[in-house]
Design a protein around this ligand. Structure first.
Ligand code: UDX
Ligand code: ADP
Length: 475
C-alpha cells in the first residue's frame, strides 16, 4: 500500500497564483489563455530550458501558433511571466500545473512503448521539496492511467509540512488551432478526489468556458480519457487510410467514401481525411502507451487491437514511397524530388513524428535528391530530424552526413524547390501550395512532371490538364 498524501483539511480559497512547470507546446499557449481570461490570476510559466524561456520573452516565440503572439503580447508583463525561477514560482503558487514532456521510453522496461515519466517524477519531487502550505497540483501532461498515484506518493514525502491535492486536467488542444481550441473547448476535463480542489480549478475555467462544458470525473477516468481520445482519433485516420489503399486498387475515391460515410450522424464527418499518415507528438506515443498499459494489465488482445493503428500508419507512409518509386519507373536514384511541407500538419512548425521525416528518409535511402521546402520549419530542424531517422535505420554517421550533404537541399519557396525536379511530393497541406503557379512550375520541371499529393490538397486543380501526372491518396 502506498502512503496517502497529506490532504489539506483547510478551506481552499480562490486561486490567485498559478505556476506551470514546462513552457512547451501545451504549457505556453494554455497558460497564456488562462492569463488572458483571468486577469486577476498571476500566471508564471517556468522551464529549466533557459533558451526556451528567453524565446518566450522575445518577439519570436518558440512555437508558431496562429493568434498566440497577440495573446502573449497582451498578457506578458501584466499577469503572465516566463521565467527560469522554478523554486520560487512553485513556492508562491496556490496551484501548480505539470506540463512537461512524456516521451516514449527508449530504454529499459517498456522501451518503445511505455511513457518515460522521468520528467514528471522530477517535477513532483521538486514540488515536494520547495512547497509550503497547501497546493493543488494539476497533471496537464498526457499520462498513463494511475500516474497520479505515483505523483501523490512522491508529494507525500515532503518534509516541510506541505499538503497537496492532485487533479488530472488533460489538454485536448490540437496544434495549429491551439488558440481557437483553448478559447472554445468542446469540453474541459477535470478529474480528482477532492471536491474543493476540483471546484477551485472549475472556477478558473468558468471565467470563459460555459459550466456545462466543464466535466468532472474521478482521477483515473480523466487520465484514461485523454489516451482514449487520441487513440480513437488516430484510429479514424488509420481506418480511412486503410480504405484509401483499397480505393487505389478498385477505382473508388476515398474522399467520396469519406463523404458518404461521414454524413451518417453516428459516424460524423471529422477526422476522415485520408493522408500520407498521421504525425504529431501525441498519437503514436499515446497509442503505444495504451498498448503498454493493456499488456501490463494482462490484456494482450486489447493491446494488439490498438497496436494495429500504428502499424497501419507505418504502412501508409511506406506505401506512399513505394508508389513514388514504382511510378518513377522503379528508380528515384539521382532524381530530384521537390518535397513540399515538412511539418506534421499545416499551421505549425512542429515536426515531431511528421510523416515527412519517414518519407524523406526512405527516398534518401533510395538515393533520391531532395529539395525540401516548408514555410515554417527551419533548415536545422529538418537536418536534425533526418539525421536521427537515418541513423536509427542503421546507416553509419559518416554515410548519413554525406547523404545529407549531397542529397538534401533546403529551398526557400515551393517554386524553387520544383525547378528541374522529376516530381513533387506534397506532404503537408499548407494553403500556399494550392495557390502556386502550376503553369510556370510545370514549365520548370523535367518531363513527364509528376505530382504525388499526400494530402489531396491539389486534387481540385485539374493538374492533369496542365500536363502533370497527378497522383493523390485513395483514388
Ligand atoms: C492531437 C489531438 O487532436 C489533440 O486533441 C490532442 O490534444 C493532441 O493530439 P495534434 O497532434 O496537434 O492533436 O493534431 P491533429 O489535428 O489531431 O492531427 C494529428 C495528425 O493526424 C496530423 O498529422 C494530421 O495531418 C493527421 N490527420 C488528422 C489526418 O491525416 N487526417 C485527418 O482527418 C485528421
Ligand atoms: P509538450 O508538447 O507536452 O508541451 P514540450 O516538449 O513542448 O512538450 O515541452 C515540455 C517542456 O517541459 C520543455 O520545454 C522542457 O524543458 C520542460 N521541462 C521538462 N522537465 C522539466 C522540469 N523538471 N522542470 C521544468 N521544466 C521542465
Amino acid at each position: 500500500m502506498t502512503r496517502s498524501p497529506q490532504t489539506s483539511k483547510q478551506k481552499i480559497g480562490p486561486v490567485t497564483k498559478i505556476c506551470c512547470i514546462g513552457a512547451g507546446y501545451v504549457g505556453g499557449p494554455t497558460m497564456a489563455m488562462i492569463a488572458k481570461k483571468c486577469p486577476h490570476i498571476d500566471v508564471r510559466v517556468v522551464d529549466i530550458n533557459e533558451a526556451r524561456i528567453a524565446q518566450w520573452n522575445s518577439d519570436v516565440l518558440p512555437i508558431y501558433e496562429p493568434g498566440l503572439n497577440e495573446v502573449v503580447k497582451e498578457c506578458r508583463g501584466r499577469n503572465l511571466t516566463f521565467t527560469t525561477a522554478v523554486d520560487e514560482s512553485i513556492r508562491g503558487a496556490d496551484m501548480v500545473f505539470i506540463s512537461v514532456n512524456t516521451p516514449t521510453k527508449t530504454f529499459g522496461v517498456g522501451a518503445g512503448r511505455a511513457a518515460n515519466l522521468e520528467f514528471i517524477e522530477k517535477c513532483a519531487r521538486k514540488i515536494a521539496e520547495v512547497s509550503e502550505g497547501h497546493k493543488i497540483v494539476v497533471e496537464k501532461s498526457t499520462l498513463p492511467v494511475r500516474t497520479a498515484e505515483a505523483v501523490k506518493t512522491i508529494l507525500s514525502s515532503t518534509t516541510n509540512g506541505a499538503s497537496f491535492d492532485v487533479l488530472s486536467n488533460p489538454e485536448f488542444l490540437a496544434e495549429g488551432t491551439a488558440i481557437e481550441d483553448l478559447l472554445e473547448p468542446d469540453r474541459v476535463l477535470i478529474g480528482g478526489e477532492s471536491e474543493a480542489a476540483i471546484n477551485a480549478l472549475v472556477d478558473v475555467y468558468a471565467n470563459w468556458v460555459p459550466r456545462e462544458r466543464l466535466l468532472t470525473t474521478n482521477l483515473w477516468s480523466s487520465e484514461l480519457s485523454k489516451l482514449t481520445a487520441n487513440a480513437f482519433l488516430a484510429q479514424r485516420v488509420s481506418s480511412i487510410n486503410a480504405i484509401s489503399a483499397l480505393c487505389e486498387a478498385t477505382e473508388a475515391d476515398v474522399d467520396e467514401v469519406a463523404l458518404a460515410i461521414g454524413t451518417d450522424s453516428r459516424i460524423g464527418p471529422k477526422f476522415l481525411k485520408a493522408s500520407v499518415g498521421f504525425g504529431g507528438s501525441c498519437f503514436q506515443k499515446d497509442i503505444l502507451n495504451l498498448v503498454y498499459l493493456c499488456e501490463y494489465f494482462g490484456l494482450p488482445e486489447a493491446a494488439e487491437y490498438w497496436e494495429q493503428v500504428v502499424k497501419m500508419n507505418d504502412f501508409q507512409k511506406s506505401r506512399f514511397v513505394t508508389r513514388i518509386v514504382r511510378t518513377l519507373f522503379n528508380t528515384v536514384s539521382d532524381k530530384k524530388i521537390a518535397v513540399w511541407g515538412f511539418a506534421f500538419k499545416k499551421d505549425t512548425n512542429d515536426t515531431r513524428e511528421s510523416a515527412a521525416i519517414y518519407v524523406c528518409r526512405d527516398l534518401l535511402l533510395e538515393k533520391a535528391k531532395l529539395s525540401i521546402y516548408d514555410p515554417r520549419v527551419t533548415k536545422e530542424q529538418i537536418h536534425r530530424d533526418l539525421t536521427e531517422a537515418i541513423l536509427a535505420s542503421g546507416v553509419d554517421a559518416n554515410t548519413c552526413d554525406a547523404l545529407l550533404q549531397t542529397n538534401v537541399e533546403i529551398a526557400d519557396s515551393c517554386d524553387s524547390s520544383a525547378a528541374d525536379a522529376h516530381a513533387i511530393a506534397l506532404l503537408t497541406e499548407w494553403d500556399e501550395f494550392a495557390e502556386a503557379d502550376f503553369k510556370t512550375i510545370h514549365a520548370s520541371m523535367k518531363k513527364p512532371a509528376f505530382i504525388f499529393d499526400g494530402r489531396n490538397t491539389l486534387k481540385k486543380l485539374s493538374l492533369d490538364d496542365l500536363g502533370f501526372r497527378y497522383f493523390g491518396i485513395g483514388f
